[in-house]
Design a protein around this ligand. Structure first.
Ligand code: C2E
Ligand code: MG
Ligand code: MG
Ligand code: MG
Length: 282
């Protein structure tokens, strides 16, 4: 949804329109240049917390672009452009490679069940044999398929449902979990749960944000959690920022949480230093 927000800003007419268009051209030009130097890209890691125990059970990999002159650029700014230009394909492969390399690197300090969730984009699902790439990379780095999850959004599935279904089934056949991201924000979330098989859903941040003072949002979160359970899916609440949000979700038996309350996305080094320290010493 956030990605779409970015697109909407660009497509609406505004006095800054020409500036926006120039920015897009700039971003596209710099993005093409950066393809020869993917070192400008970095994956940050944001933990998933098992709420009962407080244990770190995994992390989501979130892409950043360390632009040589503009500083850190958020994926909202460039993922959409990377999509339309097709640059997302080499970048997406780089991301999968990087995550598998990182998991191999962390082997021994993480529990064997520790996983990293990778966000997939529409082009990756529709135009590239992403299942084959995942399979090759987990073999190359001797990663167990359980250590990788992929996250897809509804808007990504919409473009060609049959192709998306084949790809998702192929990914799940490898033993890689597929999660539905930003659940509840699309046009037909429930029908997607009928059409596709997911291992879990991530309750969108927009439902979590107002838990403290909006009874409707509390009811929606509660309903999503029990629906997921009844359908044998796991459920993560994303964007948890406060203790009261965390407590409400624990009470409702949403077992996995993610958000600034626990940790912002941080570098691989910082992640290992904050969360794996005790294990390393032991
Ligand atoms: P997403 O997958 O839904 O990721 C969650 C976003 O919410 C991340 O933004 C994360 O930093 C942010 N977030 C997490 N906890 C909190 C919180 O408590 N409060 C607030 N306000 N925000 C929180 P980020 O990293 O800017 O990524 C934005 C979107 O860009 C992602 O949404 C995802 O759709 C896309 N994206 C990020 N990395 C990749 C990637 O490697 N590949 C692809 N295809 N898309 C990516
Ligand atoms: Mg995600
Ligand atoms: Mg999300
Ligand atoms: Mg989101």
């Amino acid at each position: 949804a956030a990605k779409d927000e970015g697109k909407r800003t660009y497509s609406h007419f505004s006095p800054e329109m020409s500036l926006h268009l120039k920015n897009i051209a700039d971003v596209e030009r710099d993005l093409r240049k950066a393809q020869n130097n993917l070192d400008q890209f970095e994956l940050l890691y944001q933990p998933f917390i098992e709420k009962g125990t407080g244990k770190i059970i995994g992390a989501e990999a979130l892409l950043r672009w360390n632009h040589p002159s503009k500083g850190v650029i958020s994926p909202h700014v460039f993922i959409g452009i990377a999509e339309t230009t097709g640059l997302i394909l080499p970048m997406g492969e780089w991301i999968i490679n990087k995550v598998c390399q990182q998991l191999a690197n962390w082997q021994g300090v993480t529990s064997p069940a520790f996983y990293v969730a990778v966000n997939l984009s529409a082009k990756q699902i529709h135009r590239q044999d992403v299942a084959t790439i995942l399979q090759e990379k987990i073999q190359q780095f001797s990663i167990s398929p359980q250590q990788i999850h992929v996250e897809v959004t509804e808007s990504l599935l919409m473009k060609d449902e049959n192709k998306a279904k084949k790809t998702i089934d192929a990914i799940r056949d490898i033993g890689i979990q597929v999660w539905l991201d930003d659940f509840g924000t699309g046009y037909s979330s429930l029908s997607y749960l009928r059409k596709f098989q997911f291992d879990g859903v991530k309750i969108d941040r927009s439902f979590v944000r107002d838990i403290d003072d909006d009874a409707h949002d509390r009811a929606l979160c509660t309903a999503i959690i029990s629906m997921a359970k009844n359908m044998n899916m796991q459920v993560v609440a994303e964007g948890i920022e406060t203790k009261t949000q965390a407590e409400f979700l624990i009470e409702k038996k949403c077992c996995i949480g993610q958000g600034y309350y626990y940790s912002k996305p941080i570098s691989a080094e910082a992640f290992a230093a904050s969360f794996f320290q005790r294990k390393k010493l032991a």
